[in-house]
Structure formats: C-alpha cells, structure tokens
Design a protein around this ligand. Structure first.
Ligand code: B12
Length: 149
C-alpha cells in the first residue's frame, strides 16, 4: 500500500442551498496541510452527494458545513441515510452557522448530537481546533495524519 493510500480521507462540503464557500476553502487547505486526503465536494451539496463521495473514496469522516442558517433542517436524517448506505458509524462533524438567531449553544449542540453527529462546532471555530479533535477521534498515529494499519 502506498503512503498516500493510508492518509485519512475526509469528505468536506457545504450542505444544502448554501453558497458560502470561503470557510470551505480555508478548511480544505488546513486539512491538506495537516496531511489529510480531502475530497472537497464544495457548495450546494446534498446529503446524497456526501454519501456518494464517502463511498467512492472509502472516507474516514464527513465534515459538513452549514452557514446560511438552515442547518437543522438540512441535517435531519443524515445519519439514517448513512446507515442505509452502509456507512454506519462513519465519523460525522458539523460546523458553521448552524442556526438562525441567538440560541443556547448547549441546546444547539445537543440537537445535532441527537441527529447522530459526533462533533458539533459553533460559528467561527478555528480549523486548528477542528483538526486537533479530528486527529484524536480518528486515532491518527503520526504526522501527517495516517491510519495505524
Ligand atoms: C460573504 C457572505 C455571503 C456571500 C457568500 C459568498 C460566497 N460565495 O462565499 C453572499 C453574499 C453570497 C451571501 C449570501 C447569503 N448569506 Co451570507 N454571509 C457572508 C458573510 C458576510 C461572510 C461569510 C464568510 O465568508 N466568512 C469567512 C469564513 C472564513 O468564515 P466561515 O464561513 O464562518 O467559516 C469558518 C468556520 O465556520 C469554520 N468552518 C468552515 N467550514 C467548516 C466546516 C466544518 C465541518 C467545521 C467544523 C467548521 C467549518 O471555519 C472557518 C474559519 O473559522 C457572513 C457573515 C460573517 N461575518 O460570517 C454572512 C452570513 C453567513 N450570511 C448569512 C445569510 C443569512 C445569507 C443569505 C441567506 C442572505 C439572503 N437573505 O440572501 C444568503 C444565502 C445565500 C445562499 N444560498 O447561501 C447569515 C447566516 C445567518 C445564520 N446562519 O444565522 C450570515 C452569518 C450574516 C448574518 N449575520 O446574518 N453571504
């Protein structure tokens, strides 16, 4: 197996009818700099687009951004669709501006965790923090982020 194959693979994208692309580009660049293989499906991506890309790339995690405020609606049923597609427990992370207006963060986080997301981040989270957590969660053995096998 060549070393590239063993890099952890991340499907990254912006879910739903959402044009906000700047954070997506920054996150893709930050992940690549840390040695991840990034399949960036970009903006206006549906749950099915994420799932298709994850299957095709044998991804280790889905990084889902939602910025325009429709996150709760767009994310509903995502975990169930992953299970149906055979992706079962794939690591799922969500971040961006997930809800509209002021809501208690703990409530927002709980809502998305109940939907099956493993990590939920508030607006403006630094890519560094997301990547640190991702390395721990995917048990990356060394720099750049690679699997143990
Ligand atoms: C630029 C911008 C636009 C541009 C987007 C251009 C483009 N192609 O990118 C345009 C003008 C098109 C636009 C349109 C709209 N926008 Co706008 N937009 C912004 C603005 C000013 C900046 C966004 C940005 O680029 N930020 C810079 C990047 C670096 O930050 P970021 O995207 O937040 O990403 C960071 C993190 O979230 C994180 N991150 C990024 N991706 C991921 C992924 C994961 C998995 C994780 C964990 C973290 C993560 O890392 C990044 C670095 O910290 C914000 C306000 C703001 N100051 O944020 C509003 C804002 C996002 N927009 C908003 C709205 C409402 C809209 C519209 C619905 C307005 C309208 N009524 O038409 C439309 C939606 C159109 C659509 N279909 O998407 C709201 C969203 C409200 C909410 N969610 O509560 C905001 C917050 C403005 C506001 N205060 O009301 N917008």
């Amino acid at each position: 197996m060549n070393s590239d194959k063993r890099k952890k693979t991340i499907v990254l994208g912006v879910l739903g009818v959402d044009a906000h692309v700047v954070g997506n580009k920054i996150m893709a660049h930050a992940l690549e700099s840390e040695g991840f293989k990034v399949v960036n499906i970009g903006t206006f991506s549906s749950q099915e687009d994420f799932i298709r890309a994850a299957i095709e790339s044998a991804a280790d995690a889905l990084l889902v951004a939602s910025l325009c405020g429709h996150g709760e609606l767009e994310c509903r049923g995502f975990r169930e669709k992953c299970i149906e597609a055979g992706l079962g427990n794939i690591h799922m992370v969500v971040g961006g501006n997930l809800v509209v207006g002021k809501q208690k963060w703990e409530e927002v986080e709980n809502c998305f965790k109940e939907m099956g997301f493993n990590r939920v981040y508030p607006p403006g989270v630094s890519p560094k923090k997301v990547i640190e957590d991702l390395k721990n969660d995917l048990k990356c053995s060394s720099e750049p982020c690679r699997g143990n096998s």
